[in-house]
Ligand binder design. Structure first.
Ligand SMILES: [Zn+2]
Length: 50
């Protein structure tokens, strides 16, 4: 059975967890994306968190 990996992306400014990704395979390195944060009202850096 394939291992399911859920990635949580949290805003680096307010620490709000805004995005969840379901990834079938583990990837090396931390994911950093610029995403819209409702809490901050703008685009901020989102980092992978546990
Ligand atoms: Zn934020």
């Amino acid at each position: 059975m394939a291992e399911r990996v859920i990635i949580t992306m949290a805003c680096s400014v307010c620490k709000n967890r805004n995005y969840y990704f379901d990834r079938g395979k583990k990837q090396e390195g931390k994911l950093v994306l610029n995403k819209f944060c409702k809490n901050c009202g703008g685009r901020t850096e989102h980092r992978e968190t546990k």
